[in-house]
Design a protein around this ligand. Structure first.
Ligand code: LLP
Length: 419
């Protein structure tokens, strides 16, 4: 449940009308609800209160340091996929002892930074990567905690771009091969501390069955490893729990929790989870202003000041985000494409959407914009990135200033020798 709703005719984020935020901060602007973030975190964490567990919020979903600090304060750990994300966690005051580092392409400098910071463990995705971690840890005279990310070959039944646990995907090590990698590490890699088994099968998963299939496979693997004398203490189930954008009915975290706990019974491990979307997705919205409306012979267009560079999910995955007016007014229902100013026909926020007619200057709210929206935004078409705001009760705070044109050319040079 989130805290965005109409009070009277005006759409509010907690106690603040979004019109007020747009007036003061401008548009497009992302607005997050502090109360929703904390509530969602607690719902996930609470689902596992009966068993030893660690929630590692997946930074990639929304990496603003004020968002990270909110979760750090609530006791969260963090799932990172780059040195940049670790830097953010440190800056936000996150506990590095609760950090797990995933990703198929970790660079030496990133591995070294993570070892120096003493993160909890690496989720290792290939034998070569494991070799690099052992070598770098040896050079630093430290031991690196490791889980091998296994690819359980389970179909998560989600968009192909965000399915990760199938043999054809680049992620993880196939289960049979993984045993050999663990044994090799046990016997030969002295700077590696084998601690866990990791698996993440995809994102926006709306059924329980794929999670439970993956859990059963990893459970079997843990049994095999223990027979080999490898002391597995952590099972990382990754992230992936879906949310409602439109009509999806994903399981509530409490149901997910009950099923996972039931199927993990007797394993005697600390469970790790890496939720991103299920915590932040519905805790954020994007507020955008209508610039123009246009009637073609086939279609109506609503042209907004937000575009695919701000919110790339519809263009990239054809995904649905609900769109509502910031103020309800009596107007006819129309069907329109909601599009941005970018010079591509793929630049849309919604297609063939039924909504009430709007005029230039009206504000629209794009729902479910807390996850993978700002964090995937870009400067394409030399558009400055949007501001981000956090609402708490009746107050709101800018947590990222709107970029200026000066930010656009920062780092670019006109070398004398070239001209
Ligand atoms: N752990 C790992 C290893 C991951 O790769 C991901 C997401 C997560 C955890 C968090 O998954 P979540 O709980 O958020 O589903 N840009 C796409 C989503 C990409 C997901 C990438 N990995 C989108 O906008 O739908």
């Amino acid at each position: 449940m989130h805290f965005f709703r109409y009070r009277g005719k005006r759409f509010h984020a907690e106690g603040v009308p979004v019109e007020r935020i747009a007036e003061e901060v401008g548009t497009p602007v992302f607005v997050y609800s502090h109360r929703t973030l904390v509530r969602h975190y607690k719902a996930f964490d609470g689902a596992f209160k009966r068993v030893p567990h660690l929630i590692c919020y997946s930074v990639k979903a929304n990496s603003n340091i004020a968002v990270l600090k909110t979760f750090a304060r609530a006791g969260s750990g963090f799932d990172i996929v780059s040195g940049g994300e670790l830097f953010r966690v440190v800056k936000a005051g996150g506990d590095v002892r609760k950090v797990v580092f995933s990703g198929v392409g970790k660079r030496d400098d990133e591995i070294e930074y993570a070892i120096r910071k003493r993160i909890l463990m690496f989720n290792v995705e290939s034998p070569q990567e494991l070799g690099r971690i052992d070598c770098i840890a040896g050079r630093l005279k430290k031991r690196a905690g490791v889980a091998i990310r296994v690819n359980p070959d389970v179909d998560p039944k989600t968009h192909p771009y965000i399915s990760t646990g199938l043999k054809k995907n680049k992620f993880g090590i196939e289960t049979e091969e993984a045993v050999k990698v663990y044994v090799h590490a046990r016997d030969n890699l002295k700077n590696i501390e084998l601690m866990g088994v990791d698996c993440h099968i995809g994102s926006q998963i709306t059924e329980l069955a794929p999670f439970i299939d993956a859990l059963k496979k990893t459970k079997k693997l843990i049994g095999v490893l223990r027979k080999e004398g490898i002391d597995i203490r952590y099972l990382n189930m990754g992230g992936g729990l879906g949310i409602t954008y439109d009509t999806e009915e994903p399981p509530h975290p409490s149901k997910y929790g009950r099923e996972v706990i039931k199927n993990a019974e007797g394993l005697d491990v600390t469970l790790i989870f890496e939720p991103g979307r299920s915590i932040v997705g519905n805790a954020g919205i994007l507020v955008t202003r209508v610039l123009y409306t246009k009637k073609g012979s086939l279609k109506n267009f609503i042209i907004t000041d937000a575009a695919m560079n701000d919110l790339p999910r519809p263009s990239l995955y054809g995904s649905y985000h609900a769109i509502k007016p910031a103020r309800i007014k009596a107007s006819e229902e129309i069907t329109a494409d909601v599009v941005g100013p970018i010079c591509e026909s793929g630049d849309f926020l919604a297609r063939d959407r039924e909504l009430s007619a709007v005029e230039p200057g009206d504000l629209l709210v794009v729902m479910s914009a807390g996850a993978y929206c700002f964090s995937m935004s870009s400067n394409y078409n030399s558009r400055t990135r949007a501001a981000e705001v956090m609402v708490k009760g009746r107050d709101f705070f800018v947590i990222r200033k709107r970029e200026t044109v000066r930010d656009l050319t920062r780092g670019e040079v006109l070398p004398q020798g070239l001209f």
